[in-house]
Design a protein around this ligand. Structure first.
Ligand SMILES: O=C(O)CCC(=O)C(=O)O
Length: 325
């Protein structure tokens, strides 16, 4: 067994599937580790230019706040799809101009905090520092969609996440978020908001269709050192003909995936970074799991003061004001 270089002596100890200890490094180092578990080589061959895109006139901050205060016309069919498939992709949640403004802002926030050499760049908790990001992360429009999809009155924020997959960066391994988040409820989802049109070559988020597909891989051993878990999930899904939705995202299209949804993402084979704002929300009243593991990263940063078994309701987990059509 080759020891994973991103792990400390403590997190590397035990068998390859032993994740019982808590993570003892930062969340950016957590992402470096997690991305190293993806199977397959880094992309080769020349990177391609994505198609040109004109987002039109750029809205002001106030116009974006106003846009995101209006309810999204979510249909019963879309809610049913989320429940059956474990994810749903919704067109036109943001205007192309708002997407472009958020991309510019996240780029600045990433560039001031992240090593430019890192292929998969991340930053969390930006909503505490930046008004425009806060408007998007706590928006009634996205809060309303999230609450309706989860079938709950109101949701709280777990964290925001800027994710930039740089040109040439490799795959995201297959995983499901209930493995990550130390939240003791299936009523948890992530709004994955790509901040540019995202063609297949850029590595859009891709989803295994079906709320129960996790049962097919429940016996696979997680591998904290290498790529065998990711490879194993791919092999089972292929053998069982699990449908994978890996299509492109238009500007403003947003996916919502539940905590048990298996998902992955391809490499970015384009010359442009794939920038995403990924916000995770959970049903009000949710508790911390009894024993968070190293796969939860530095979770105390996101829910300070909430200990295992306790309800999560810290000031960093505000309730969103939902608006529903
Ligand atoms: O953006 C990616 O490649 C992975 C993101 C992800 O897994 C998530 O937001 O749940």
């Amino acid at each position: 067994m080759i020891r994973n270089p991103h792990l400390s002596d403590t997190t590397a100890a035990g068998t390859a599937s032993d994740v019982a200890v808590e993570w003892d490094r930062g969340n950016d180092q957590w992402w470096d580790w997690y991305m190293s578990l993806a199977d397959g080589p880094a992309p080769d061959g020349p990177l391609v230019d994505p198609p040109a895109h004109d987002p039109g006139p750029l809205p002001s901050d106030d116009e974006i706040v106003a846009e995101l205060a209006v309810a999204y016309p979510l249909t019963d069919a879309q809610i049913d799809k989320f429940r059956t498939d474990a994810f749903v992709k919704l067109p036109g949640v943001l205007s192309p101009g708002a997407v472009q403004r958020l991309r510019m802002r996240l780029r600045t926030l990433l560039d001031e905090a992240v090593d430019p050499e890192v292929g998969f760049q991340s930053r969390e908790m930006m909503w505490l520092e930046d008004d425009l990001v806060r408007a998007a992360v706590l928006s009634p429009r996205i809060g309303g969609i999230s609450a309706a999809l989860l079938g709950t009155e109101r949701v709280r924020l777990y964290h925001d996440n800027a994710l930039s997959k740089e040109p040439g960066a490799g795959r995201t391994p297959w995983h499901f978020d209930a493995h990550h988040f130390p939240l003791d409820s299936p009523e948890v989802l992530t709004a994955w908001i790509p901040l540019q049109p995202t063609p297949r070559e850029m590595g859009p988020l891709a989803f295994a269709r079906g709320a129960d597909v996790g049962n097919l891989v429940a016996d696979l051993q997680f591998d904290k050192h290498g790529t065998s878990y990711d490879r194993g999930v791919s092999e089972v899904f292929r053998a069982q003909a699990v449908q994978v939705e890996d299509g492109p995202f238009a500007a403003g299209e947003v996916s919502f995936h539940g905590a048990n949804c298996f998902h992955t993402a391809g490499a970015n084979r384009t010359t442009k970074a794939r920038v995403v704002l990924a916000n995770t929300y959970f049903a009000d009243g949710t508790r911390v799991v009894p024993s968070p593991t190293m796969v939860s990263g530095d979770w105390r940063k996101f829910i300070p003061g909430a200990e295992p078994g306790q309800v999560v309701a810290s000031p960093r987990n505000p309730l969103l004001e939902p608006c529903v059509a």
